[in-house]
Design a protein around this ligand. Structure first.
Ligand SMILES: Nc1ncnc2c1ncn2[C@@H]1O[C@H](COP(=O)(O)OP(=O)(O)O)[C@@H](O)[C@H]1O
Ligand SMILES: [Mg+2]
Length: 375
C-alpha cells in the first residue's frame, strides 16, 4: 500500500466512524471497509464487556469451519488472543497468533478453513480502556509486516475513539430516559392522581347530601373504584420512579411486598447480576408478587436468586397459598404470559408449577453469556 492509499484508507474510515451512532453497525461497517481497502480476506471483532465477558460483535468472510453452527467456534470458550488481552499482555498490534479456534475446528473436522490458519490481533482502545479486539486474516498468510501492523493499529485507535464516543452517548441517552421516567411519574402524580383523589372525596362528601338509596349505592361504587384506581396509580408511579432502581434487588422486593402487604423472605445469593438479568428478574418477580397478593392468600413467600453451576442465573418465587390449576387459566391472564415472554427475551425460560392448597412456584432460568460462563 503506498502513502496515498494509506491516507485514503484512514480518511474514509474516519468519515464512516464519525457518522455512526450504533456500536454493532459501526463495528461491522468498519470491518468491511478495512478488509476491502487492505485486501485482507477475513476479519472479526470481539467486544469486551465487564459483565458478560466477550462477544463476537462483527465478522466478515469467515471460512465454513468458523461459521459452523452459528459460529460456535467463534463464540464458545476462550482463545490465545482473548487470554492475552485478559492477562494485560495485548497492548499493541500483535503479529500472527496462530488461532486456537481454527485449530479446534480443524481437530473436530468442522469443514473448510479455506487456508486461514493465523491472524493478527489488534486491541481496540481509547486511553486506558480496551473495548475489544480486531482480528484479521487472509488465506495462507502467516505473517504481517511492520507497515501492515502499523496501519492496522492506526485504524484500531480510530475505532477505539468511536467506541468511546458511542458508549458515552448511550450513557447519556439512558440518563435521559431515566429523567424522562421521573418526569412522567411526577406528572402522573400531580395530575391523574390528584383528580382521582378529588373524585374519591367528592363521592364521600356527597353522601351527606342525600338519603336516596340508589344514589348512595352509586356514590359508594364511585368511592370504591376511585380508591382502587388510586392504589393502582400509586403502584405504577412507584414502578416508574427511578430512584428505586438504585436500591438492591433484595430491598426492592422487600419494599414491594410490604406495599402489597404480603409476608416475604428474600435471599439473593449472587452478586453483580448483569443488568438485563436483574431487570428481567425484577419485572417477573413483581408480577409474581402481584399474583400472590391478589390470588393466593399465602402466609409465606420466598424469593430466591441464585446461579446454577455457573451456567445460568435462577429466580424462584415460592408461595404457600391456595394454588391453582394451570389448565384452567391457560391463555387467560396477561400476567403469566408476560412473565414467560420476558424470560424468552433474554434467552431464558419461565416455568410455573402449582399444587392445589399447597402453593405456587414461579421459576425463571436465564443462561449466562458464553464468555462469562466459560471463565
Ligand atoms: N400465586 C398464585 N396463587 C394462586 N393463583 C394464582 C397465582 N398466580 C396466578 N394465579 C391464577 O392464575 C390466573 C392468571 O394470572 P395472571 O395471568 O397473572 O392474570 P391476573 O393476575 O390478571 O388474573 C389468576 O387469575 C389466578 O387465578
Ligand atoms: Mg397477574
Amino acid at each position: 500500500m503506498d502513502r496515498n492509499e494509506e491516507l485514503y484508507l484512514i480518511k474514509s474510515i474516519a468519515e464512516m466512524l464519525n457518522r455512526e451512532t450504533s456500536m454493532k453497525s459501526m463495528l461491522q461497517q468498519v470491518l468491511n471497509q478495512v478488509l476491502e481497502l487492505t485486501n485482507l480476506h477475513t476479519g472479526w471483532i470481539f467486544l469486551f464487556d465487564e459483565q458478560a465477558g466477550f462477544e463476537l460483535a462483527a465478522f466478515s468472510n469467515l471460512p465454513p469451519a468458523l461459521d459452523y453452527q452459528d459460529r460456535k467456534y467463534m463464540c464458545d470458550g476462550k482463545c490465545r488472543c482473548i487470554n492475552r488481552y485478559q492477562s494485560g499482555m495485548l497492548k499493541k498490534a500483535t503479529n500472527i497468533i496462530n488461532c486456537e479456534r481454527i485449530e479446534k475446528a480443524i481437530n473436530e473436522k468442522r469443514g473448510e478453513t479455506e487456508g486461514i490458519t493465523h491472524h493478527a490481533s489488534i486491541p481496540i482502545q481509547s486511553g486506558d480502556t480496551i473495548y475489544g479486539l480486531l482480528n484479521v486474516a487472509s488465506p495462507y498468510k502467516e505473517n504481517f509486516n511492520e507497515d501492515e501492523l502499523y496501519i492496522l493499529e492506526l485504524i484500531a485507535l480510530q475505532i477505539g475513539t468511536a467506541c468511546e464516543r458511542i458508549r458515552l452517548s448511550e450513557h447519556e441517552q439512558s440518563m435521559h430516559i431515566l429523567e424522562e421516567r421521573n418526569r412522567l411519574a411526577r406528572d402522573l402524580h400531580d395530575s391523574v392522581n390528584q383528580h382521582l383523589f378529588s373524585i374519591m372525596y367528592t363521592a364521600k362528601g356527597t353522601t351527606k347530601a342525600t338519603e336516596n338509596e340508589e344514589v348512595l349505592s352509586s356514590l359508594e361504587e364511585i368511592y370504591q373504584s376511585s380508591k382502587e384506581s388510586l392504589a393502582e396509580m400509586k403502584d405504577l408511579i412507584w414502578q416508574l420512579r427511578t430512584d428505586n432502581i438504585e436500591e438492591g434487588l433484595s430491598n426492592r422486593f422487600e419494599n414491594y411486598a410490604k406495599r402489597l402487604r404480603i409476608p416475604i423472605t428474600c435471599e439473593i445469593r449472587v452478586q453483580d447480576l448483569p443488568s438485563n438479568v436483574e431487570t428481567t428478574f425484577w419485572k417477573i418477580g413483581q408480577e409474581a408478587l402481584n399474583n400472590i397478593s391478589k390470588h393466593s392468600d399465602a402466609t409465606e413467600t420466598n424469593v430466591i436468586i441464585d446461579q446454577s453451576d455457573r451456567n445460568s442465573y435462577t429466580l424462584e418465587v415460592i408461595d404457600n397459598g391456595r394454588g391453582f390449576d394451570l389448565n384452567e387459566v391457560s391463555g387467560q391472564g396477561m400476567g403469566l404470559t408476560s412473565m414467560q415472554e420476558r424470560a424468552k427475551l433474554v434467552g431464558g425460560e419461565c416455568r410455573i408449577t402449582s399444587i392445589n392448597k399447597k402453593g405456587t412456584t414461579v421459576s425463571v432460568e436465564i443462561p449466562m453469556k458464553e464468555g462469562k460462563a466459560n471463565e
